[in-house]
Design a binder for this molecule. Structure first.
Ligand SMILES: [Mg+2]
Length: 363
């Protein structure tokens, strides 16, 4: 059963409204690169990755120019073998970065294709543990003042969320404290509240912020500083007193190993669309299991839903604000804080090609 056809498409999709975080500023759109694989039996698998607005053309070029030649004719279901071939083929220019994004899109398509060949949903193929995940709302909301944040939080609770994340990292720590306090008071004592600084702070600033947020029972403190400073991350965890989440900017299994062993992160947060796909995401989940840690996710919740539903050490599923809901015909539904994984073959995501067509980027 070999792969006979690969197609790559690149889209620039508008957000419903401008969104702000502490490092990347104002977001107005994001890119999605979609890979379509077809096997000789006529089964089709789709995989995709996304960027926050830059890099998509290079990712599409890596797939088309460098990965396509080794994928055509490859055995469709020998995914570990194909993953290693991709990794070694681009090792010299890779070991993370854009290469991990390109490999992710292909690897997700390989797993989706296998799901169609075998007639199984991803979550069952990957372990079939719970079939669902607890979801939290991942706000990109640094621009909101406390009143606006409370309004957004009430809206998210009405939508069915039972856990909430907000951005922190404004110029004045006092403003962040006021925002965290307002949302905690709105939620009451029992709803988990996460905060995300998007790498804004130095180690000393982050320790100071963590100690201030501790008063409001923060469930995790996400990306307080750059992911590369493993020793600094460990100091923030030890001296700040909050569990640390990180992973959206870690693109290899080895970076996760160092973040857990040296950085002492409590919630590994791999993103299947940039860690090297489902194959490498599952390796991170098993690495976390061996350290008695629960795994969360970043972005593309319609995919991560399957992955968290498959494993025993799942934490919360992020429902990211860069959602594809408007561009897929069957987005997963939230019910009292829980999302159930679909029983369709593969990941089950069905793109709305009519909606996407207007946003395709000509290479
Ligand atoms: Mg984040």
């Amino acid at each position: 059963m070999v792969i006979r056809c690969i197609e790559t498409k690149h889209y620039r999709l508008p957000l419903s409204h401008p969104m702000t975080d502490a490092t990347h500023g104002v977001h107005t759109d994001f890119e999605v690169v979609i890979v379509r694989l077809e096997s000789e039996c006529g089964c089709v698998g789709y995989g995709y990755t996304y960027t926050i607005g830059r890099g998509g053309a290079a990712i599409a070029a890596l797939i088309e120019r460098d990965l396509k030649p080794l994928l055509i004719g490859a055995d469709a279901v020998r995914i570990e073998q194909t993953w290693e071939r991709m990794w070694r083929c681009l090792h010299y220019v890779g070991r993370g970065g854009l290469v991990s994004f390109a490999m992710s899109a292909v690897d997700i398509a390989l797993w989706d294709l296998r799901g169609h060949i075998e007639g199984q949903p991803l979550w069952k193929m990957l372990g079939g543990y719970s079939g669902g995940a607890r979801a939290y709302s991942g706000g990109i909301d640094l621009q909101l003042n406390p009143d606006e944040l409370v309004e957004q939080t009430r809206c998210n609770l009405r939508r069915g969320f039972r856990a909430i994340k907000i951005k922190v990292g404004r110029d004045k720590l006092s403003e962040d404290i006021a925002r965290v306090q307002a949302v905690r008071e709105c939620l009451g004592p029992d709803v988990p509240l996460m905060v995300d600084a998007n790498m804004r702070w130095s180690v000393e600033q982050a320790i100071r912020a963590a100690r201030a947020f501790g008063e409001y029972d923060v469930f995790w403190f996400e990306e307080p500083t750059i992911p590369d400073d493993y020793q600094g991350m460990a100091r923030i965890a030890a001296e700040g007193g909050l569990p640390i989440a990180a992973g959206e900017n870690l693109h290899t299994i080895f970076e996760f190993r160092h973040s857990i062993d040296i950085g002492k992160i409590a919630f590994p947060e791999p993103d299947v669309s940039n860690i090297g796909g489902i194959t490498n995401w599952m390796r991170v989940a098993k690495l976390a299991y061996a350290h008695n840690l629960q795994v969360t996710s970043h972005g593309v919740h319609e995919l991560h839903l399957h992955l968290l539903a498959a494993i025993p050490n799942a934490s919360y599923l992020e429902v990211h604000s860069f959602g594809l809901e408007r561009f897929i015909t069957n987005p997963p539904q939230l019910n009292d804080g829980i999302m159930r994984a679909p029983d369709l073959p593969g990941h089950g995501v069905e793109f709305d090609w009519d909606q996407l067509r207007d946003y395709e980027v000509a290479e």
